[in-house]
Design a protein around this ligand. Structure first.
Ligand SMILES: [Zn+2]
Ligand SMILES: [Zn+2]
Length: 398
């Protein structure tokens, strides 16, 4: 098998479709859709995959905006992951339009080679990465049961071999107090906003005494109606993050203690709910990452390990997938160094010339990495063994 020639063909197949891929990237970018509402992106991607010869399941695994698209008839079944949800107010500030179009490009190119090489590719469309845990819900329904490896690429301000991922769980908190006229009878009031603010300040103090790689951050989602009414109701949403699900547990308890103390101080009742599902940290397979880095170099990109030139700390539901099948989640540069994801500036870069280049280069790097794995299935077997060892003592996070 002439691997360099096959990779050159895959590269040509991606480049020949650049117009289609960039059109998809731009159209998704122009119509940002939030968690589980990504109907336009779902329709656009599934139509393009069907036109490319894929066997497409729309609304897969019980989620309206998820899809599964298959090509090839035998051999190792490798997943290319698409994300396509956006953020409220700032649109595609995480650049998921680039993830979607790069995944589409890799899939379309691989479909032309699958039967010849004896491999299968499944493009999996995963909604609601931004807090909805689409991949976890799909995993519970068996979406990754017959997958040998799962690959995706995420935009950033650097070319990085991996994201520095930490586990996360969302916490929804509500406070109940007692209304009163804020001037006439303040003594009758029990101020739910005070409860929320005191809890917030407690967490601020807690932050001095947690691990440097942990993160806790929240917003108020209800802070009263009018200054002259003592707020009887307040609410907050918190993200609690720690390196692994195991280390997250004690941090969750400490955060909750802070918030309950605020409620007690203000004489209010507090209700809380840990949102399902938590996101696990990524287990990037080192050998798969190495293949991606080498294949990216062929597109002219130098991919660095996190930390040397830059890093992106965050959480992703791809973390949960990586505990089930050997996975990678490298970052591809679309923005100048220092431009953070989740900012309006990054939204602009996600459909710039650099964003477009990342779509094409990302598709090529993913496709050529899949070709490596089709050609050398022993790499998949060793990745599987590494994952089995890494997860031997932990329950699957689904
Ligand atoms: Zn994001
Ligand atoms: Zn993202």
């Amino acid at each position: 098998m002439d691997l360099p020639a096959l990779k050159a063909r895959a590269t040509d197949e991606v480049r020949a479709r650049a117009g289609v891929l960039l059109d998809v990237s731009h159209r998704i970018h122009e119509h940002p859709e939030l968690n589980f509402e990504e109907h336009r992106a779902h329709d656009l991607l599934t139509a393009a995959l069907e036109a490319g010869g894929f066997d497409v399941t729309r609304g897969a695994h019980g989620l309206d905006t998820a899809f599964v698209a298959e090509a090839g008839h035998a051999g190792p079944r490798i997943a290319v992951i698409c994300e396509y949800d956006a953020l409220p107010g700032i649109g595609h500030a995480c650049g998921h339009n680039v993830i979607a179009a790069a995944g589409l490009g890799a899939g379309l190119a691989l479909a032309t080679l699958a039967d010849e090489l004896g491999g299968r590719v499944v493009v999996i469309g995963t909604p609601a990465e931004e807090g909805g845990g689409g991949k976890v819900l799909m995993a519970r329904d068996g979406a990754f049961a017959d997958v040998a490896a799962a690959l995706m690429v995420h935009p950033a301000d650097h070319d990085l071999a991996a994201m520095t991922t930490i586990a996360i769980q969302r916490l929804i908190v509500e406070y109940q107090g007692e209304e009163a006229h804020a001037a006439a009878h303040p003594e009758l009031g029990r101020n739910a906003l005070d409860a929320a603010v005191l809890g917030y300040v407690n967490v601020a103090a807690l932050r001095q005494h947690i691990r440097p790689d942990e993160r806790v951050h929240g917003i108020f989602t209800d802070a009263g109606q009018k200054p002259n009414i003592v707020p009887a109701h307040a609410a907050a949403e918190w993200y609690v993050r720690s390196p692994t699900l195991a280390t997250l547990d004690p941090l969750r308890a400490r955060v909750l203690g802070c918030l309950e103390a605020g409620a007690a101080a203000a004489g209010c009742h507090m209700h809380h709910r840990w949102a399902d599902p938590p996101y696990a940290h990524m287990l990037d397979d080192p050998e798969l990452v190495e293949l991606y880095v080498a294949n990216s170099a062929a597109t002219g990109r130098t991919v660095h390990p996190p930390g040397s030139t830059g890093m992106v700390v965050g959480s992703t539901d791809m973390g949960n997938v990586s505990h089930l099948v050997p996975s990678i989640h490298p970052m591809i540069r679309v923005a100048p160094p220092g431009v953070s994801i989740h900012t309006p500036a990054f939204t602009g870069h996600a459909r710039s010339a650099a964003g477009d280049a990342a779509v094409v280069d990302g598709a090529i790097a993913l496709a050529t990495t899949v070709i490596d794995l089709w050609a050398r299935p022993e790499l998949l077997a060793s990745a599987r063994r590494r994952l089995d060892v890494a997860t031997a003592d932990t329950p699957a996070p689904i």
